[in-house]
Design a protein around this ligand. Structure first.
Ligand SMILES: Nc1ncnc2c1ncn2[C@@H]1O[C@H](COP(=O)(O)OP(=O)(O)OP(=O)(O)O)[C@@H](O)[C@H]1O
Ligand SMILES: [Mg+2]
Length: 470
């Protein structure tokens, strides 16, 4: 394959369909990979064996790229081709068409297509945003500063074979261009891996921007991710979104399954073609950003429960990293313990050198629902309890914390008579605060615990002035 042909194919990045014809114009093979390519099961076979012009009546000898490449023997790249198929549906595609040659003779042609119909539809659709909401979004956008990722793969401490393997594959994946999906329980190191991936890639040194999709109201996510256009609605300014701010770098979408499904389709466009459109803007802009997404559920389960679109799943999960929970890699506990003790000795000016057998046995036995983060917090707490001269971490240093956790759970309410409304609000606020704490700021998970819709919880958080913290 020539350099030119290679370059053309690279431009396609993701392909949605392939068509092959012979010199007579008979369709020999056709395949569509993507459900959004308006394909119905079995339909592909219907046009195999047919002539190209009967399958696509609006094409002719002049306009068909497949016919043209056979005539000229050179490849064609077409940014946009509109066709109406035999069922009368309008489809817009970007195509690379290449002649197929044998012994120097053209024997057919192949076309690789990318469906851009959905992109077109979205451009016609003008979105109205509530100006009240926008006031907040402006503030939120202004607060966002491109960050640099600080963690590298070396900072991910492990003794565990599975984790070592994961680090090696992360190193390889980092070199590629595909999106990455990381899943693992809370505190397993998803953000650590996302940063390390960025730093191991050619994008190191460029922005790394994290957005937790559960931490902002649904109505604002779009303007934050994609930006806004001045004058498109009251109060609107020209503002770039995260994808523009991250140019050349990486956007880390945490709790991806909390992103509203209709916005996921907009994300699809960035993933497929690298295009974004600011809210209220007609213009589309090209961005060069790699997407890393994360969730604490397997993405397949997210698809099953309807929180992740299937097409997004295909695009994002080309590279899937699963970080095992700490209880499944107990061989990591000793190393992590040493690592965090060294860290907090340094930070808190202590001299811990040993850990009692009892403490160690407890740590190995415990099932770590909060994973590595929980271990780190426990070590920090214990070292804080210790005197400067103490060098051995004992059970007594942990007991306070464990007792505290238990007491907290059993805390009893003193019953007082008060107006029903105030009492209900007080209890509601307390429940919400607890749920938010328990899920470490994850609004979707908290909503599930409380068994109320996410948006209802968002509204309540706002009215009680509770700010979810990670
Ligand atoms: N292998 C590791 N080596 C060193 N530190 C780690 C490791 N894994 C996790 N940590 C520590 O645990 C903390 C939590 O990790 P991180 O924020 O990446 O978890 P997460 O999977 O994103 O959790 P959540 O789902 O709650 O957002 C980190 O700040 C880091 O200090
Ligand atoms: Mg995280």
């Amino acid at each position: 394959m020539s350099q030119k042909e290679n370059n053309l194919i690279n431009q396609m990045k993701d392909i949605d369909g392939i068509t092959i014809i012979d010199t007579k114009g008979t369709i020999l093979f056709t395949v569509k990979f993507n459900p959004r390519f308006h394909s119905e099961i079995g339909e592909q076979d219907e046009i195999v064996g047919e002539n190209l012009f009967s399958a696509f009546p609006m094409l002719d000898q002049k306009t068909s790229t497949l016919i043209n490449v056979m005539r000229t023997g050179s490849p064609i790249f077409k940014e946009r081709q509109e066709i109406i198929d035999f069922k009368g549906r309008k489809i817009a595609t970007t195509n690379v068409s290449l002649p197929i040659k044998a012994h120097g003779k053209v024997i057919g042609a192949i076309e690789l297509s990318k469906d851009i119909s959905e992109r077109d539809q979205e451009l016609d659709h003008v979105i109205e945003l509530n100006p009240e909401m926008f006031k907040n979004s402006k503030q939120l956008i202004q607060n966002i500063q491109p960050e640099l990722a600080k963690y590298t793969l070396k900072d991910i401490m492990t003794n565990n074979e599975k984790m070592e393997k994961l680090k090696r594959s992360a190193e390889k994946i980092a070199q590629g261009i595909s999106s990455v999906f990381i899943y693992g329980e809370t505190g397993t190191g998803k953000e650590l891996f996302a940063q390390a991936l960025h730093n191991a890639s050619e994008r190191a040194g460029k922005p790394f921007i994290t957005q937790n999709c559960a931490a902002i109201p649904e109505t604002l996510i779009e303007s934050i991710l994609f930006g806004t256009k001045k004058g498109s609605f009251t109060g609107a300014e020209d503002n770039p979104g995260l994808f523009e701010l991250a140019e050349g770098g990486t956007v880390f979408l945490d709790e991806m399954n909390s992103m509203p499904v209709h916005l996921q389709s907009k994300l699809l466009r960035v993933l497929q073609d690298g295009y974004i459109r600011r809210l209220g803007d007609k213009k589309i802009r090209k961005v060069d950003v790699r997407v890393i997404a994360a969730s604490n559920k397997h993405p397949k389960d997210c698809v099953k429960d309807g929180s992740l679109r299937l097409d997004i799943y295909y695009r994002l999960c080309a590279m899937l990293l699963h970080i095992p929970p700490l209880r499944e890699r107990k061989d990591d506990i000793k190393l992590l313990l040493e690592y965090f003790i060294t860290k907090y000795n340094g930070l808190l000016g202590k001299n811990v050198r040993n850990v009692s057998k009892e403490v160690y046995a407890f740590l190995v036995e415990y099932n770590w629902p909060g994973n590595v983060r929980e271990l780190e917090h426990l070590v920090e707490f214990a070292i804080n309890q210790m005197d400067d001269w103490e060098d051995t971490l004992e059970m007594q240093h942990l007991e306070e914390r464990l007792k505290h956790l238990i007491e907290h759970d059993e805390e009893e309410e003193e019953v007082q008579i008060e107006p029903m409304k105030a009492a209900t609000a007080r209890v509601e606020k307390k429940l919400i605060t607890k749920a938010i704490q328990k899920t470490r700021g994850n609004v979707s998970q908290a909503a599930k615990l409380l068994d109320i819709p996410r948006q209802t919880l968002q509204n309540k958080l706002k009215s009680y002035g509770i700010v979810p913290k990670m």
